[in-house]
Design a protein around this ligand. Structure first.
Ligand SMILES: CC(C)(COP(=O)(O)OP(=O)(O)OC[C@H]1O[C@@H](n2cnc3c(N)ncnc32)[C@H](O)[C@@H]1OP(=O)(O)O)[C@@H](O)C(=O)NCCC(=O)NCCS
Length: 187
């Protein structure tokens, strides 16, 4: 989880007007995962308030032309100040597997660990195998659940009736996620 981004990309804090730009890419970047219901859920999970009230622990990534290429929305948990919670992250499919999300997670880990976090937490929907592979590659463990779907522990109805989730957790130590070998990077 190297904090450096590939050449030509720059990260900054989001502003409220980034909300619409992020919503506009969700379906494409998620590959239509979950069909129309998945689209509706994603849009509702990312209201404008995240770009107003959680901007200091979130990032958007743009290319040299100013086009949105990635984002991470997260926060230090107010109720569990030892936990940094990654709420949503996505990368333009054309830039995936280049370490962009890993770099954003590293920045987030450093940010929240400086403020007392000792653990990162996040979740995904059952069947999002890319998310599962990504989080496992970054050293996240899957939290045991009350069911198993396709061999993966799941928390049934975690976010409401029928909204099952896979929960991830990992330790941070001074922003250094344990057990991940950072790749070399050009920037
Ligand atoms: C999941 C996602 C954010 C990963 O972004 P990314 O920038 O491609 O991730 P990275 O390049 O930092 O990947 C780090 C490691 O995760 C693993 N990984 C990432 N994507 C993977 C995939 N599609 N298949 C298998 N392993 C994958 C790999 O081990 C990778 O390291 P490697 O490329 O050196 O093998 C991106 O695929 C995405 O935006 N998906 C759609 C949205 C989504 O599902 N988000 C989930 C979080 S809410």
């Amino acid at each position: 989880m190297n904090g450096s981004l590939p050449a030509g990309l720059a990260a900054r804090r989001p502003v409220p007007d980034d909300h619409g730009r992020v919503l506009a890419v969700l379906d494409t970047w998620w590959g239509g995962f979950g069909g129309p219901d998945g689209s509706r859920q994603r849009a509702l999970l990312l209201p404008r308030l995240f770009f107003e009230h959680f901007a200091d622990s979130s990032w958007v990534v743009e290319d040299a032309g100013g086009a949105l290429r990635a984002f991470l929305v997260g926060f230090l948990s107010p109720a569990q100040p030892e936990v940094g919670y990654v709420h949503f992250a996505g990368v333009d499919p054309a830039l995936q597997r280049q370490g962009v999300a890993g770099a954003l997670y590293r920045r987030f880990a450093e940010h929240v660990s400086r403020r007392g976090a000792r653990r990162l937490s996040c979740l995904t929907s059952p069947g999002n195998t890319t998310s599962l592979r990504f989080h496992r590659a970054l050293g996240f463990a899957v939290v045991p659940g009350d069911d198993v779907v396709d061999g993966v522990p799941v928390h049934r109805d975690h976010d409401g009736p029928g909204l099952h989730r896979v929960l991830f957790t990992r330790v941070v130590d001074d922003g250094q996620p344990v057990g991940y070998r950072p790749r070399s990077s050009s920037t």
